[in-house]
Design a protein around this ligand. Structure first.
Ligand code: GLU
Length: 511
């Protein structure tokens, strides 16, 4: 059921690679939109030219694509409320900022950066280290509230640089109902007079964000907790613009905490702990600025989504595995937690394992093939499908498909000498030769048939299984670890199995 009134946006600033917390914000917006039959919008907040990083927008788009969180409106997608890149909406914001001045809700400030610095220094000398341009200090500054009207007019006419600042009321309070936190109240005396329009005519985040949320008819603002402290200003802006009646509802998501549970997860934690904190790889000139993402670590996007969904939300039942579609059905803002959510990397891996096991082997083969090719292994489709089926239980991250069974593709490179020394006896040589004979005569190389044949063979010779199987494994794989040995033989096929056994006997003898 579609619901035109529910419109949410993911509004990242393209200032670098999108942190996994940003992906969670996008996910919760997406889930809420789908659950309510609403619209999920991508808006690029790129008005801060100083912090703009080329490639970051593309990174955001690619990340969302990888996760399967496709916006219905956004840059390059279109929609009835565009453009969706704030830099292309520059012309829109000034009008509203000037209107606020006309209505007495904002004012022109003519203080130059030098003057502001001088004022800051002056305050510091007096022991006040936190100078703030606010409803008290504005009276000492150079602005349209303190200057005679004629002087303001003259400055404007002369084209003198100015910013527009919000005129925060004195001695008031501003409250809103946060859907996660309940009632949140700010004392206006604690809020500074935020710049709305910069000297270069560009809006600040606050101005552009509110104007766009209004014009794009956003119904719910779902974003990270770090924006909670800005919301007092945002509500004041809605009031000042006369848009209070259609002000969106707010939901501030809990912080994502470090794996230790102490402190906020940071971009640097990834490199420090050797874990991914970005969705996909970020390329950069300098080595230390490059990051691998969940994708490159070998996560399936469905697993990442499931993991992220539970970072700050839970359905209130025991069920942990949810497809994106199921999440869309189960999601609700009421079940978002207030407290920070610990980034539990082991849990992420657990999810990945669950999803690998649940993915069709043919599908896995398609995902694994490029990883094989990177390694220079060339294998047939059929082989790869069977291989994935055989190995999937042993794999947590996708590259392990390549490493865990490398002996399948490149033969045995290293034998487990310790176990050979312990287990190999010269009298086993004729046994293994007879086994080769048996295998050469066996037509059906299916695991069940092989198992029966080989077990009978061992019993007939009155040997113990433990005398043969470990060495058989080592002969085929180099190690005693690995999947079921009969499955291994089935997959390797007759020629390869026999060849490996012959090579191994020679090696065992010399050892
Ligand atoms: N551009 C802000 C960011 O980078 C958007 C915050 C919001 O959603 O209002 O996260």
């Amino acid at each position: 059921m579609s619901n035109k009134n529910i419109r949410v946006r993911f509004a990242p600033s393209p200032t670098g690679p999108l942190h996994i917390g940003g992906v969670r914000t996008a996910l919760y917006n997406y889930l809420f939109a789908k659950k309510m039959g609403g619209t999920f919008i991508l808006r690029i907040e790129d008005t801060d030219q100083g912090r703009y990083v080329p490639g970051a927008e593309n990174y955001i788009v690619e990340s969302l694509k990888w996760c399967g969180l496709l916006p219905e409106e956004g840059p390059g997608i279109g929609g009835g409320h565009g453009p969706y890149r704030q830099s292309e909406r520059k012309a829109i914001y000034g009008k509203y900022a000037h209107k606020l001045v006309e209505n007495g809700k904002a004012y022109y400030a003519f203080d130059t950066p030098e003057e502001l610095n001088a004022k800051r220094e002056e305050e510091r000398a007096k022991g006040n280290h936190n100078f703030r341009y606010d409803n008290v200090t504005r009276n000492e500054m150079k602005n349209s509230l303190t200057l005679p009207a004629a002087e303001t007019a003259q400055k404007l006419a002369a084209g003198e640089a100015f910013t527009i600042r919000l005129k925060v009321p004195v001695g008031g309070a501003v409250s809103f109902q946060d859907l996660v936190r309940g009632e949140v109240t700010f004392q206006t005396d604690d809020l500074d007079d935020k710049v709305l329009l910069k000297a270069d005519g560009m809006p600040t985040y606050h101005m552009a964000n509110i104007v766009d949320d209004h014009l794009m008819e956003i119904s719910h603002v779902i974003r990270g907790e770090e924006w909670l402290s800005s919301t007092g200003h945002h509500v004041l802006l809605y009031q000042a613009l006369g848009w209070e009646g259609t002000m969106p509802q707010f939901a501030h998501l809990p912080l994502i905490l470090k794996p230790t549970g102490k402190g906020k997860l940071s971009k640097r934690d990834g490199a420090k702990l050797g874990i991914p904190v970005f969705p996909i790889a970020w390329e950069a000139e300098k080595e230390e600025d490059r990051f691998l993402g969940f994708r490159e670590f070998g996560f399936l996007p469905e697993a990442v989504i499931n993991f992220l969904a539970f970072l700050g939300w839970n359905p209130g039942t025991e069920q942990e595995i949810f497809s994106l579609e199921e999440l869309c059905g189960a999601f609700s803002i009421e079940k978002i937690s207030k407290g920070g959510a610990r980034f539990d990397y082991d849990k992420a891996k657990w999810y990945n394992q669950q999803y690998i096991q649940a993915t069709d082997a043919a599908e896995l083969a398609k995902i694994v093939r490029p990883l094989m090719e990177e390694k220079g292994y060339s294998v047939s489709d059929d082989f790869l499908v069977d291989y994935c089926e055989l190995m999937r239980d042993r794999v947590v991250l996708l590259p392990e498909f390549v490493s865990a069974g490398s002996y399948f593709f490149e033969g045995v490179k290293i034998y487990d000498d310790k176990n050979i020394a312990k287990r190999w006896k010269p009298e086993l040589k004729p046994v293994f030769e007879a086994l080769i004979d048996l295998l050469e005569k066996t037509d059906s190389f299916e695991a069940v048939t092989l198992e029966r044949g080989i077990k009978d063979f061992i019993a007939e010779r009155e040997l113990k299984m433990g005398q043969v199987f470990p060495l058989l494994r080592i002969a085929l794989a180099g190690t005693m670890k690995g999947p079921a040995v009969f499955k291994m033989i089935e997959l390797l096929g007759k020629t390869e199995t026999v060849g490996r056994l012959k090579t191994a006997i020679e090696y065992f003898e010399k050892n």
